[in-house]
Design a protein around this ligand. Structure first.
Ligand code: NAI
Ligand code: ENO
Length: 303
């Protein structure tokens, strides 16, 4: 049996269009309705044929839904929730895919006081955006974190778990605050470091932009991929996970200052000890099958 028979997706960019494609593939009996504020995205979704219906307004998109998933930048979640409030069926489950959870839940709860809300975050993505960049297998072997209000495995949580498992994800429950701290360390601050170092390199007057591109090997090349991620999405993530990001940045700044001092004073032991410790962490990541962030990626690749 399908966990949800009528799925409405609002925001058909990388994540929303990947969910639409995944539902068509894994749950072909489910009806997918789409809405995006950008008319050109609506036209593209129609042309791609990844939804059964493309609505002209957020309200019209949700009238028949039993699951509504908001796939817009986290700063736009509140406005969308206000737009659907009047037309949302009483028995529908509302979820989202936002990269931060505490402020998004507060915004959804404020606009939809009586609704069943189960926030979610598929920890899967790329640096690309828009409806053409999505693909059905994006969530396969990836984590999807759900942050239900009381932390309990209630009936709507069980249904949403089944939905994400059908898309190939492995589901875990977490409190919104814990989610935001974990993701600040593992995703948000790393993105900020990438934006920052690529900006620093392009600002250097004695290094031309041509040289930055020409000699981009290894680490810097990886940073340029991450720093190509969507500016609106990431602006919203930092403004909405402010507390946890600032906490991690404070610790990072102290640690970088410690490394700065070690380099200045020729303290090789400090550098060597840290690099030895971090190398062991990377090996632990691979041993646990967590390479590529897929729960079963390592095992599938015989590591
Ligand atoms: N890109 C990634 O790798 C991941 C993103 N996320 C989260 O997923 C959400 C969507 O991200 P992407 O799909 O990457 O973004 P995207 O930029 O590819 O797509 C967002 C879509 O939302 C639409 N939109 C914006 N405001 C709207 C509004 N008020 N009403 C209706 N539509 C609106 C835009 O027109 C656009 O088509 C974000 O909250 C992001 O934090 C979660 C996991 C991974
Ligand atoms: O492309 C990458 O390296 C990512 O880190 C993708 C990503 C971006 C945002 C998320 O909330 C989850 C995953």
């Amino acid at each position: 049996m399908l966990p949800f028979a009528r799925v409405t997706i609002i925001g058909l960019g990388l994540i929303g269009s990947s969910i639409a494609r995944g539902v068509k593939k894994a749950m072909p009996g489910a009806v997918v309705t789409a809405y995006d504020a950008d008319p050109s995205v609506r036209d593209t979704v129609h042309a791609l044929g990844i939804a059964d219906d493309v609505a002209d307004s957020a309200g019209a998109a949700v009238v028949d839904a039993d699951l509504v998933i908001l796939c817009v930048p986290v700063g736009a979640m509140a406005a969308v929730a206000v737009e659907i409030a009047e037309d949302l069926p009483a028995d529908a489950v509302v979820s989202d895919v936002g990269s931060s959870k505490a402020s998004v839940f507060a915004a959804l709860r404020g606009a939809l006081p009586g609704a069943t809300i189960v926030p979610g975050h598929p920890v899967a993505g790329t640096e690309h955006s828009g409806p053409e960049s999505g693909f059905a297998t994006l969530f396969q072997g990836r984590w999807c974190i759900l942050t239900p209000e009381d932390g309990a495995e209630s009936a709507p949580v069980i249904r949403l778990r089944a939905f994400w498992e059908a898309l190939g994800a492995q589901v875990e429950l977490m409190s919104p605050k814990h989610h935001d701290l974990v993701l600040a360390v593992t995703s948000h601050v790393p993105h900020l470091i990438a934006y920052s170092i690529v900006g620093t390199a392009s600002d250097l007057e004695e290094v031309t932009r041509g040289e930055v591109i020409k000699y981009s090997a290894g680490g810097f090349r990886d940073f340029t991929r991450i720093a190509a991620s969507d500016p609106t999405m990431w602006r919203d993530v930092f403004l909405n996970n402010r507390e946890a990001v600032l906490e991690i940045l404070q610790r990072l700044t102290e640690d970088v200052t410690m490394l700065q001092r070690a380099i200045r004073w020729g303290d090789g032991d400090t550098l060597f000890d840290l690099f030895t410790r971090t190398r062991a962490i990377r090996r632990g990541v691979i041993d646990q099958g967590q390479d590529d962030a897929r729960p079963d990626f390592g095992r599938a690749h015989g590591e």
